[in-house]
Design a protein around this ligand. Structure first.
Ligand SMILES: [Zn+2]
Length: 385
């Protein structure tokens, strides 16, 4: 029956692709970088308006007045006595304001849509809206009460939305994440955990020509630390440690008193996270007199594929297959808010957005021909799982 629903939704939506394109354009044309309160508020207003038809919408203002507000939508389920389902969307993007002038929203003759944030993940919000609409048009409700979060700080590590996400996921039977999929629409059932560290070195300044021996080069010390950090890489078990940014010094003729490195860490298991954390915190200076200061830690725990996640994927695979679509699962080094829900033991299905490519990259695009089948898949999941 649910397979039938998915096929029915898909065939109903195939001729209506322009409606999905219009909504995508409307969302993309409001620029919403994570640090732009004005753009975020403007987009939150639009989301609040367009999703209001499906249930109660609340604004969840974070404590920090600089930050935008998140939204929570509650959609009644067919059976509200069952544990609820969570759905996660974020409406911030990595693209600074003004990107839209350089990359305006467009759709070419092949149906490829471009524009900042179209794939990551405004396209996913379009999928959710049309899935809820498809159920409503048929007089159906999701099987479970659905708690949807639209958050606006995912791209900076979800500092203010994390408590809200965890509160929403508590007691949930499952979580849908409307992030972009892997190529070919492949869903994500495992994600690496991510960490950020800042390694700061304090040395001592001195004239590089007159009395360099009195200085302690923070840059020299940092160079040792960068090599030690990169030695922690273990690609075989999926652990990566990357010093992505270094800063330090003031002028060529001064022994540098200060230097720092920003470090990105990715791990597949919590055990690796602990090993790397201990190693980074255990770094010691090599130059006499240099001082090391280390901040940061694991930001998102790894999303490890559990039996519950495997079962949820199997449901998705069956629904897709009933429409003649072959659905695959895979893993990624990128984190999402699904890492938080999965780490709480909530089976999480991530990557439910439309097909496309190029998250965070200049070639970011959405294949609009995939909209109908992705919406149909989510409609089936909402009713069945
Ligand atoms: Zn995203």
């Amino acid at each position: 029956m649910d397979g039938d629903l998915a096929s029915d939704v898909r065939s109903g939506l195939e001729p209506r692709r322009q409606e999905m394109i219009d909504l995508l354009g409307r969302l993309v044309e409001i620029e919403s970088p994570s640090d732009d309160r004005e753009g975020l508020d403007q987009l939150a207003d639009v989301l609040g308006t367009i999703f209001r038809d499906f249930g109660r919408v609340e604004r969840c203002a974070p404590d920090d007045p600089q930050r935008g507000a998140h939204l929570r939508l509650t959609v009644a389920g067919a059976n509200d006595s069952e544990p609820h389902a969570a759905a996660l969307c974020h409406f911030d993007t990595v693209w600074p304001k003004g990107t839209l002038q350089r990359i305006p929203f467009s759709v070419d003759a092949e149906g490829v849509a471009r524009g900042p944030g179209c794939f990551d993940m405004k396209g996913g919000i379009v999928v959710l809206w049309f899935a809820l609409q498809a159920l409503r048009e048929r007089g159906l409700r999701p099987r479970r009460r659905l708690e949807v979060l639209f958050t606006c700080d995912e791209e900076i590590g979800s500092p203010s939305s994390r408590p809200l996400i965890e509160q929403t996921a508590r007691g949930a039977a499952l979580a849908y994440v409307l992030e972009s999929p892997l190529p070919g629409g492949t869903l994500k059932t495992a994600r690496k955990g991510t960490g950020d560290y800042l390694v700061r070195v304090t040395g001592r300044a001195a004239h590089a020509g007159v009395e360099p021996q009195k200085g302690i080069s923070a840059i020299g010390e940092l160079a040792h630390q960068v090599l030690a950090l990169h030695a922690l890489n273990d690609f075989k078990v999926g652990t990566t440690v990357n010093v992505g940014v270094v800063k330090g010094g003031t002028r060529p003729n001064v022994v540098a008193a200060e230097a720092e490195a920003q470090v990105d860490v990715r791990v597949q298991t919590l055990a690796e996270a602990e090993r790397i954390d201990a190693a980074i915190r255990g770094l010691r200076p090599t130059l006499p007199g240099a001082v090391l200061e280390i901040d940061g830690g694991l930001n998102r725990p790894p999303m490890e594929r559990s039996p519950g996640m495997a079962a949820l994927f199997e449901q998705a695979r069956r629904i897709a297959s009933s429409m003649g679509v072959e659905l695959h699962e895979g893993s990624t080094g990128g984190g999402s808010d699904g890492n938080f829900t999965a780490a709480m033991g909530v089976p999480t299905l991530d990557g439910l957005g439309p097909e496309g490519e190029g998250a965070h990259a200049a070639h970011e695009h959405v294949l609009t021909e995939s909209f109908a089948r992705r919406i149909a898949l989510l409609s089936g999941l909402l009713v069945e799982s």
